[in-house]
Design a protein around this ligand. Structure first.
Ligand code: ACO
Length: 162
Protein backbone atom coordinates (compact mmCIF):
# COMPACT_ATOMS: atom_id res chain seq x y z
CA UNK A 1 0.00 0.00 0.00
CA UNK A 2 1.29 3.46 -0.95
CA UNK A 3 -0.05 6.92 -0.31
CA UNK A 4 0.52 9.55 -2.98
CA UNK A 5 -0.39 13.20 -3.31
CA UNK A 6 -1.76 13.77 -6.79
CA UNK A 7 -2.48 17.12 -8.40
CA UNK A 8 -3.80 18.00 -11.83
CA UNK A 9 -0.29 18.53 -13.23
CA UNK A 10 -1.17 17.42 -16.76
CA UNK A 11 0.82 14.20 -16.71
CA UNK A 12 -0.79 11.03 -18.02
CA UNK A 13 -0.10 9.19 -14.76
CA UNK A 14 -1.77 11.82 -12.58
CA UNK A 15 -4.75 12.05 -14.95
CA UNK A 16 -5.32 8.32 -14.79
CA UNK A 17 -5.19 8.24 -11.01
CA UNK A 18 -7.48 11.25 -10.63
CA UNK A 19 -10.01 9.67 -13.00
CA UNK A 20 -9.96 6.44 -10.96
CA UNK A 21 -10.38 8.41 -7.74
CA UNK A 22 -13.18 10.52 -9.23
CA UNK A 23 -14.99 7.28 -10.16
CA UNK A 24 -14.70 5.97 -6.59
CA UNK A 25 -16.08 9.26 -5.23
CA UNK A 26 -18.94 9.26 -7.75
CA UNK A 27 -19.93 5.73 -6.78
CA UNK A 28 -19.50 6.12 -3.02
CA UNK A 29 -21.05 9.57 -2.76
CA UNK A 30 -24.17 9.14 -4.90
CA UNK A 31 -25.85 12.28 -3.54
CA UNK A 32 -23.05 14.47 -4.88
CA UNK A 33 -23.57 15.71 -8.44
CA UNK A 34 -20.97 14.04 -10.66
CA UNK A 35 -20.03 17.32 -12.37
CA UNK A 36 -19.26 18.83 -8.97
CA UNK A 37 -16.95 15.91 -8.09
CA UNK A 38 -15.17 16.20 -11.44
CA UNK A 39 -14.79 19.95 -11.03
CA UNK A 40 -13.15 19.76 -7.61
CA UNK A 41 -10.96 16.69 -8.24
CA UNK A 42 -9.45 18.37 -11.32
CA UNK A 43 -9.43 21.89 -9.88
CA UNK A 44 -5.91 23.32 -9.51
CA UNK A 45 -6.63 24.53 -5.97
CA UNK A 46 -7.43 21.00 -4.85
CA UNK A 47 -5.08 18.11 -4.19
CA UNK A 48 -5.79 14.46 -3.56
CA UNK A 49 -4.08 11.86 -1.45
CA UNK A 50 -4.65 8.47 -3.07
CA UNK A 51 -4.23 5.02 -1.54
CA UNK A 52 -2.59 2.83 -4.14
CA UNK A 53 -2.50 -0.95 -4.09
CA UNK A 54 -0.08 -3.06 -6.13
CA UNK A 55 1.64 0.09 -7.42
CA UNK A 56 -1.10 1.17 -9.81
CA UNK A 57 -4.56 0.49 -8.44
CA UNK A 58 -6.31 3.41 -6.71
CA UNK A 59 -8.52 2.01 -3.93
CA UNK A 60 -9.51 5.25 -2.27
CA UNK A 61 -8.50 8.73 -1.38
CA UNK A 62 -9.19 12.14 -0.01
CA UNK A 63 -9.62 15.32 -2.02
CA UNK A 64 -8.90 18.53 -0.15
CA UNK A 65 -8.09 22.19 -0.44
CA UNK A 66 -5.56 24.01 1.68
CA UNK A 67 -6.08 27.61 2.77
CA UNK A 68 -2.48 28.44 3.70
CA UNK A 69 -3.13 31.97 4.99
CA UNK A 70 -5.86 30.61 7.29
CA UNK A 71 -3.86 27.51 8.25
CA UNK A 72 -6.73 25.11 7.67
CA UNK A 73 -7.69 22.61 5.01
CA UNK A 74 -11.13 21.51 3.87
CA UNK A 75 -11.77 17.88 3.05
CA UNK A 76 -14.10 17.88 0.07
CA UNK A 77 -14.44 14.13 -0.56
CA UNK A 78 -13.21 10.98 1.10
CA UNK A 79 -13.95 7.38 0.12
CA UNK A 80 -12.63 3.85 -0.02
CA UNK A 81 -13.77 1.51 -2.80
CA UNK A 82 -16.80 -0.57 -1.75
CA UNK A 83 -15.16 -4.00 -1.52
CA UNK A 84 -12.35 -2.73 0.72
CA UNK A 85 -14.33 -0.68 3.23
CA UNK A 86 -14.20 -1.33 6.99
CA UNK A 87 -10.78 -2.99 6.77
CA UNK A 88 -8.88 -0.10 8.28
CA UNK A 89 -7.86 1.69 5.07
CA UNK A 90 -9.94 4.75 5.88
CA UNK A 91 -8.14 5.11 9.22
CA UNK A 92 -4.71 4.67 7.66
CA UNK A 93 -5.56 7.22 4.99
CA UNK A 94 -6.63 9.80 7.58
CA UNK A 95 -3.48 9.24 9.64
CA UNK A 96 -1.26 9.66 6.58
CA UNK A 97 -3.20 12.72 5.60
CA UNK A 98 -2.74 14.29 9.04
CA UNK A 99 0.96 13.49 8.94
CA UNK A 100 1.22 15.20 5.54
CA UNK A 101 -0.88 18.25 6.35
CA UNK A 102 0.92 18.79 9.68
CA UNK A 103 4.14 19.43 7.74
CA UNK A 104 2.33 22.08 5.69
CA UNK A 105 1.61 24.08 8.82
CA UNK A 106 -2.11 23.32 8.76
CA UNK A 107 -3.70 23.58 12.20
CA UNK A 108 -7.30 22.52 11.53
CA UNK A 109 -9.22 20.27 9.19
CA UNK A 110 -12.83 21.04 8.31
CA UNK A 111 -15.31 18.87 6.49
CA UNK A 112 -19.00 18.62 5.79
CA UNK A 113 -19.58 15.04 6.85
CA UNK A 114 -22.37 12.96 5.36
CA UNK A 115 -24.67 11.86 8.15
CA UNK A 116 -23.66 8.22 7.82
CA UNK A 117 -19.97 9.16 7.93
CA UNK A 118 -20.18 11.17 11.18
CA UNK A 119 -19.25 8.04 13.18
CA UNK A 120 -16.16 7.49 11.07
CA UNK A 121 -15.04 11.12 11.44
CA UNK A 122 -15.60 11.04 15.23
CA UNK A 123 -13.25 8.06 15.44
CA UNK A 124 -10.68 10.07 13.50
CA UNK A 125 -10.79 12.94 16.01
CA UNK A 126 -13.36 15.22 14.36
CA UNK A 127 -15.91 17.13 16.45
CA UNK A 128 -19.10 18.98 15.64
CA UNK A 129 -18.01 21.80 17.92
CA UNK A 130 -15.95 24.24 15.84
CA UNK A 131 -13.09 25.71 17.87
CA UNK A 132 -11.55 27.76 15.07
CA UNK A 133 -12.54 31.43 15.15
CA UNK A 134 -15.40 32.12 12.77
CA UNK A 135 -13.64 34.85 10.78
CA UNK A 136 -10.81 32.47 10.05
CA UNK A 137 -12.92 30.07 7.98
CA UNK A 138 -16.33 31.64 7.32
CA UNK A 139 -16.56 32.81 3.73
CA UNK A 140 -13.56 30.72 2.71
CA UNK A 141 -15.48 27.47 2.48
CA UNK A 142 -18.86 27.17 0.89
CA UNK A 143 -21.93 26.62 3.06
CA UNK A 144 -23.44 23.25 2.36
CA UNK A 145 -26.61 21.96 3.98
CA UNK A 146 -26.28 18.32 2.94
CA UNK A 147 -23.90 17.56 5.78
CA UNK A 148 -22.64 18.32 9.26
CA UNK A 149 -19.65 20.60 9.63
CA UNK A 150 -16.91 18.88 11.64
CA UNK A 151 -13.46 19.99 12.71
CA UNK A 152 -10.24 18.25 13.68
CA UNK A 153 -7.32 19.92 15.40
CA UNK A 154 -3.97 18.88 13.96
CA UNK A 155 -1.42 18.96 16.74
CA UNK A 156 1.90 20.39 15.50
CA UNK A 157 4.11 17.76 17.13
CA UNK A 158 2.05 14.57 17.55
CA UNK A 159 3.36 11.68 15.44
CA UNK A 160 0.39 10.67 13.29
CA UNK A 161 2.46 8.16 11.34
CA UNK A 162 1.28 4.56 11.08
N1 ACO B 1 -20.27 5.02 10.42
C1 ACO B 1 -19.75 4.67 11.62
N2 ACO B 1 -18.57 4.09 11.77
C2 ACO B 1 -17.89 3.83 10.66
C3 ACO B 1 -18.35 4.13 9.37
C4 ACO B 1 -19.60 4.74 9.28
N3 ACO B 1 -20.12 5.09 8.11
N4 ACO B 1 -17.44 3.75 8.46
C5 ACO B 1 -16.45 3.20 9.16
N5 ACO B 1 -16.72 3.26 10.48
C6 ACO B 1 -15.92 2.83 11.59
C7 ACO B 1 -15.40 1.44 11.46
O1 ACO B 1 -16.29 0.51 12.01
C8 ACO B 1 -14.12 1.54 12.24
O2 ACO B 1 -14.38 1.46 13.62
P1 ACO B 1 -13.38 0.66 14.61
O3 ACO B 1 -12.06 1.38 14.48
O4 ACO B 1 -14.03 0.81 15.94
O5 ACO B 1 -13.35 -0.72 14.07
C9 ACO B 1 -13.65 2.95 11.96
O6 ACO B 1 -14.79 3.69 11.59
C10 ACO B 1 -12.65 3.04 10.83
O7 ACO B 1 -12.98 2.12 9.83
P2 ACO B 1 -12.08 1.92 8.55
O8 ACO B 1 -12.10 0.47 8.18
O9 ACO B 1 -10.78 2.58 8.73
O10 ACO B 1 -12.97 2.74 7.53
P3 ACO B 1 -13.08 2.54 5.94
O11 ACO B 1 -11.83 2.03 5.37
O12 ACO B 1 -14.33 1.84 5.62
O13 ACO B 1 -13.24 4.08 5.49
C11 ACO B 1 -15.04 5.54 4.83
C12 ACO B 1 -14.29 4.87 5.99
C13 ACO B 1 -14.06 6.41 4.05
C14 ACO B 1 -16.14 6.41 5.41
C15 ACO B 1 -15.59 4.44 3.89
O14 ACO B 1 -16.42 3.58 4.62
C16 ACO B 1 -16.35 4.96 2.69
O15 ACO B 1 -15.79 5.19 1.63
N6 ACO B 1 -17.69 5.14 2.82
C17 ACO B 1 -18.52 5.61 1.73
C18 ACO B 1 -18.21 7.04 1.35
C19 ACO B 1 -18.35 8.01 2.49
O16 ACO B 1 -19.26 7.95 3.29
N7 ACO B 1 -17.40 8.97 2.56
C20 ACO B 1 -17.40 10.05 3.52
C21 ACO B 1 -18.43 11.03 3.10
S1 ACO B 1 -18.23 12.62 3.84
C22 ACO B 1 -17.08 13.39 2.87
O17 ACO B 1 -16.66 12.88 1.87
C23 ACO B 1 -16.58 14.73 3.33
Amino acid sequence: IDFKIITNDGTHESMKMLIDLKNIFARQLPKMPKEYIVRLVFDRNHESMCIIKDNTKVIGGICYRKYPTQRFAEIAFLAITATLQVKGYGTRLMNKFKEHIQKQDVEYLLTYADNYAIGYFRKQGFYQEIKMQLDRWKGFIKDYDGGTLMECYVHPTIDYGN
